[in-house]
Write a protein that binds this ligand. Structure first.
Ligand code: ITT
Length: 213
């Protein structure tokens, strides 16, 4: 059993194309405060694995405005809830900061270590300490550190685009204001979005790796 841990139904619709036997788990894992989406996703996957006691993936994504130094980035959910998508769009267009990128990090944790392979494995605990293999043995005596150090396998994806006036009825979140190749993500079907999107890339890489696990 593999759980896809999210409170976002839009993400589940997109993930279904990649993950046949996956079960969506509506669990609001505690999000650590960090500028790094990889660190947020990795800690989320550890927490979700402890909660579900089964293999889990967590998907952390965000919108990065290139001329606003990546804002809202890891804070995309907070900014969507507070400012709203249309105001973010207006702000970006007014400030001529329309170059944008979606990024996604998929983090997998089943409590077991991984073989070395090209994708990164996060073994950093929540205090930012990088637990090298020899340190881990020592850290195992300290429960909080040992918990934080569960290995997490990371898969990433990104897609460039441009902020435009809202168009389209599909997708979710920032999709109506994000245009890629002439259409907004909200004007695409989930399959069309997956074929080019940040999430599609990350989940595609994950699904290929997971088949062999
Ligand atoms: P979970 O954490 O429970 O999975 P969430 O919606 O909070 O749900 P994220 O933290 O990954 O998920 O999302 C951060 C924000 O970015 C949030 O406002 C989303 O609506 C938005 N977002 C994420 N992926 C997106 C996508 O593919 N298209 C448009 N907006 C997206």
């Amino acid at each position: 059993m593999l759980y896809y841990v999210t409170t976002n139904e839009g993400k589940v619709r997109e993930a279904e194309e990649y993950l046949d036997d996956v079960v969506a788990l509506d669990y609001d894992y505690p999000e650590i405060q960090s500028d790094s989406m990889a660190a947020i996703a990795a800690e989320g996957a550890r927490a979700a694995h402890r909660h579900a006691d089964a293999p889990v993936i967590v998907d952390d994504a965000g919108l990065f405005l290139e001329d606003f130094e990546g804002f809202p980035g890891p804070y995309s959910a907070y900014v969507e809830d507070t400012l709203g998508v249309e105001r973010v769009g207006r702000l970006a267009r007014r400030e001529d900061a329309t170059r944008a990128r979606f990024r996604c990090v998929v983090a997998y944790c089943d409590g077991e270590p991984f073989e070395a392979s090209p994708e990164p494995v996060d073994t950093t605990d929540r205090r930012g300490r990088d637990l090298a293999a020899d340190e881990r043995a020592t850290a195992a005596t300290d429960d909080s550190v040992a918990e934080g150090a569960l290995p997490v396998k990371l898969f990433t994806g990104a897609v460039p685009g441009r902020i435009v006036e809202p168009r389209g009825e599909g997708g979710f979140g920032y999709d109506p204001i994000f245009e890629h190749d002439g259409r907004t993500f909200a004007e695409m079907s989930p399959e069309e979005k997956n074929a080019v999107s940040h999430r599609g890339r990350a989940l595609g890489a994950f699904a290929e790796w997971f088949q062999g696990r």
